[in-house]
Design a protein around this ligand. Structure first.
Ligand code: MGP
Length: 236
């Protein structure tokens, strides 16, 4: 929250929709609108010389992707990169301009991945990996979805996995009528220690009851097997 006010002094050339309905209708357009958006120092108004705000660099650059469930297109084609950010301020600027996950139409996803990683199982940096999954039932959306997603975003951009941060490729939120899903995607499914550590950190950060179990799926198994045969290799 520290950086919100600083960011709000900026003018952006992204149009901000006003009503929730309008936002929903225009989500497809949002992807197009944001296609060419670059958040730069020129977005700072009237701040020159010593007053100029110094942006706080993130350790990695992160790309936000939006998945729009368009049946006329392939799964891969429905994944659209929105923007890449590499400072705290640009992250907030982006976050403040987009709809929260709970307001997205069912079938949509947001993904935040390290720059250069496509948010799919096939990307060479995802292939050997897997994901920690948090399933929410329908009633949990209002209370948890947006908070959990924001906590996960902080976990990523703040490199909260510390010495295991090399494992963290990205995260996805799936907004679904049947129940939403959140996942943190890790790079290497053979690196048991770091997987368990990250799973525990995730549970703790989200305040998930220690008695509740979450599972880690290996991408290769998810790709090749029907959901009834999916195996979860790790639990915390
Ligand atoms: P989903 O969107 O991850 O979850 O996968 P959803 O909608 O809850 O469905 P469920 O099957 O988990 O209950 C839905 C479908 O999208 C998958 O069955 C795949 O067909 C496709 N899909 C999902 N992912 C993550 C990928 C991916 O990484 N690559 C490709 N090629 N298809 C994917």
């Amino acid at each position: 929250m520290l950086f919100r006010s600083a960011i709000e002094t900026r003018v952006s050339h992204i149009e901000v929709e006003t009503s929730a309905d309008e936002k929903r209708d225009k989500l497809g357009d949002l992807v197009d609108q944001m296609d060419n958006v670059k958040i730069t120092d020129t977005d700072l108004v009237g701040l020159n010389g010593p007053e100029k705000i110094v942006k706080h660099p993130l350790q990695n650059s992160w790309t936000l992707w939006f998945f729009k469930n368009d049946k006329a297109r392939s799964w891969e084609e429905n994944q659209k990169p929105i923007i890449t950010v590499n400072t705290v301020e640009d992250f907030w600027s982006l976050y403040n301009h987009i709809e929260v996950a709970s307001k997205l139409p069912p079938g949509s996803d947001y993904s935040l991945f390290k720059e250069g990683i496509f948010p799919d199982w096939e990307d060479k940096r995802n292939q050997p990996g897997g994901r920690w999954i948090i399933n929410l039932d329908k009633r949990q959306r209002a209370e948890h979805l947006d908070n959990y997603w924001l906590e996960i975003l902080f976990f990523l951009i703040g490199e909260h996995a510390d010495q295991y941060a090399f494992q963290v490729n990205g995260a996805v939120v799936n907004v679904r009528g049947k129940g939403d899903k959140l996942a943190i995607w890790l790079a290497d499914a053979t690196h048991g220690d770091s997987i368990i550590r990250i799973g525990k950190m995730l549970k703790e950060r989200l305040g998930i009851d220690p008695g509740e179990r979450i599972g880690f799926n290996i991408h290769n198994e998810e790709k090749s097997k029907s959901s009834s045969l999916k195996k979860q290799k790790f639990y915390v």
